[in-house]
Design a protein around this ligand. Structure first.
Ligand code: UDP
Length: 248
C-alpha cells in the first residue's frame, strides 16, 4: 500500500517490512532504488518537478522524519512509523552480515567511508564491505568510480553525497550496474558511523526532536530547517484548508 502527499507516493511499511521488501526485490534480481523522503526534499520538489519525478522512479520510498509521518496522517493516509536513512541502512547491514551481501560505501569526505567501514565491521561480525570511495571526486573521475563499483559487485550500495545529489547519482548510475543491487542515498550517515558526528540520544529521537540535536551539533543547518514550518503550512493548506476539496 502507498500513502500520497504533495505528489509523492510513500510506501506504507514499517522498517522491518521495508527490509523484507528490499530483500525480496534483490532476490528477484532487480536493481532497487530506495529513496528516504524527508520534508526538505519534498518541499523543494514542489518547485523542482524533476525531484518529484525522481521520487516517482524509486522502487521504495520511506517516510524519513517526523514531518513526513505527520503529513501522511494529515493527508488521511497514515504510515506506521518513521523510517530514516540511517536506521534503514543499519537494518540492511544486519541483513547483509547474515546473508553475505557485499556492501559498498560511496561518499563523504576522504577517509570517512573507510572509518565507517572499520566501525561497521566491528559492529556486524562477518560483514563484507567490498569497497569505498569518497564523495569529492572530480567529474572526470566519475567513470572510474562507477567502474570500481561494477568490479566489486556489491549487493548494497550506500551513497552519501547529500540530497538530492545522491538521488540523482543513483537515478543515473544504478541501471548501469550489470547486476542486482540496492542503491540508497544516506545523507550524513557515514559521518555518524565514522564517529565524526554524534547522533541524538535515544530519548531525543523518541521525543521527535532529533532535528534539535542536529541543529545544536551543526548550527549551519538552521537555514535549512526554516523549510520545516513552510512544509507544515503547505501540508495544512493542501489537506486541511480545503484547497484539495475545492479542486475536486
Ligand atoms: N558530501 C559528499 N560530496 C559532496 C557534498 C557532500 O560526499 O560533494 C557528503 C558530506 O561529506 C556528508 C554528506 O555528503 O557526509 C551530506 O550530509 P548532509 O547531512 O548534508 O546530508 P543531507 O541531509 O543533505 O542529505
Amino acid at each position: 500500500m502507498m500513502s500520497e502527499i504533495l505528489g509523492a507516493a510513500i510506501d506504507n511499511l514499517t522498517l522491518a517490512a521495508v527490509v523484507q521488501k528490499t530483500a525480496s526485490l534483490l532476490w528477484e534480481r532487480r536493481r532497487v532504488f530506495v529513496l528516504t523522503l524527508n520534508p526538505e526534499y519534498l518541499y523543494r520538489a514542489q518547485r523542482e518537478p524533476e525531484l518529484l519525478e525522481l521520487a516517482g522512479r524509486a522502487d521504495i520510498v520511506t517516510p524519513d522524519g517526523t514531518g513526513i509521518v505527520w503529513a501522511c496522517a494529515v493527508a488521511g493516509t497514515p504510515v506506521p512509523e518513521r523510517v530514516t536513512g540511517i536506521d534503514l541502512m543499519l537494518a540492511l547491514l544486519a541483513e547483509a552480515a547474515r546473508r553475505g551481501w557485499r556492501v559498498y560505501l560511496l561518499g563523504a569526505a576522504p577517509g570517512v567511508a573507510d572509518e565507517a567501514a572499520d566501525n561497521l565491521r566491528r559492529r556486524f561480525p562477518g560483514l563484507q564491505i567490498c569497497g569505498t570511495w569518497h564523495g569529492y571526486f572530480a567529474p572526470q573521475e566519475a567513470e572510474q568510480v562507477l567502474a570500481d563499483i561494477v568490479e566489486k559487485r556489491p549487493q548494497l550500495l550506500f551513497v552519501a553525497l547529500g540530497a538530492p545529489r545522491q538521488e540523482m547519482w543513483l537515478a543515473e548510475n544504478l541501471s548501469r550496474i550489470p547486476a542486482p543491487v540496492v542503491g540508497m542515498g544516506v545523507g550524513g550517515s557515514f559521518d555518524v558511523l565514522a564517529g565524526r558526528v554524534k547522533r541524538a540520544p535515544l530519548w531525543m529521537q523518541k521525543a521527535h526532536i532529533e532535528w534539535l540535536w542536529r541543529l545544536i551539533q551543526e548550527p549551519r543547518r538552521w537555514r535549512r530547517m526554516l523549510v520545516l514550518p513552510k512544509f507544515a503550512w503547505l501540508v495544512l493548506r493542501e489537506y486541511k484548508l480545503g484547497r484539495r476539496s475545492k479542486r475536486r
